[in-house]
Design a protein around this ligand. Sequence first.
Ligand code: HEC
Ligand code: HEC
Length: 295
Amino acid sequence: MTRAHALLLAAALLSACDRPPPATRGIPPAAEATVQRWLSGTDPGSAPTAPRPGMDRGFQALGAEVYRLRCIPCHGVNGNGKGLHAARLSVPARDFTSGVYEFRSTPSGTLPTDLDLFRTISRGVHGTAMIPWSWLSEAERWAVIEHVKSFSPRFREEGPGAPVALPPTPAETPELAAQGAIAWARNGCAKCHGDGGEGDGPSAPTLRRDGGEPLRPLPFSGGRFLRGKSLPELWLTLATGLDGTPMPSYASIPDEELWALAAWVRDRAGLAGGARTLRPSPEEQLGWRIDIEDR
Ligand code: HEC
Ligand code: HEC
């Protein structure tokens, strides 16, 4: 074999292992069904079912393609949250260049894990235009995560935070919620959220995101939670805070008290008895319309 032949063969082999699975195009029927269920309050599964694929050049290309097809309309070409539809959104799309993330299993101030990002992308963010993308293949989701991370130098400079240990979930009893009501008053949650958690506390009109945009906490009675409504998801929100917003982390509060607070919040949301069908949220519906329009 000549040197030229050997080079050709090597190039052919390389491109064969680099070839990514093709990106999903259009809106498959499974997407429609998933999003309709999500709009009425049923969240899709957000845990990966297979090990994460190795990130070779093929996957990097797939990530860029998924981002171009699905995420640019809101998050923008450069990941700065200034996509074509930014002006239509009342909750701005995340600016990925800052490297600040609301939904983490890691302590406030640290980077999320890849699994945190996988979960967020799969389950969506209620009350915002960020619909669930669980209907994309797992490979596509892992690949687009790498692309999202590439917008912030933070991910190259530091690793993710160490996930906080989620204690075993206690039984959700009226007594636990009653302890939560006491903890709610003791910890000054009402300052921002109001006595009943309706988002009307004395500080509410002054609250702003790090980017300067005003924001109001959602009324708990609406039953809609950005990150998720289960007891463990609410526990994690309290233990790690929502970085980039005024919602602090309460990592210093004992675990049992955090469970009690989470139970009280679910009680206010009418979730203590089980699932609840939600009224459609205009912002969530807008997100889905944008995604359809952009096909
Ligand atoms: C229709 C608009 C829209 C599209 C399309 C969209 N997003 Fe979002 N995304 C949002 C909004 C709005 C938020 C902010 C939610 C918040 O601040 O609570 C967000 C937040 C996020 C977050 C940050 C969560 C955190 O922890 O702070 C990630 C990650 C994300 N999107 C990834 C993606 C990916 C990946 C795609 C493409 C597959 C995508 N988004 C497509 C609107 C969109
Ligand atoms: C300084 C103001 C402030 C204080 C004090 C505060 N919060 Fe929040 N909280 C917020 C804001 C703002 C949001 C909404 C963030 C967003 O929309 O991105 C929020 C969101 C939440 C959510 C919703 C999470 C979700 O996934 O939707 C819960 C639950 C919550 N807070 C519970 C509490 C509890 C319990 C306390 C007291 C231990 C507390 N908060 C104290 C400002 C505050």
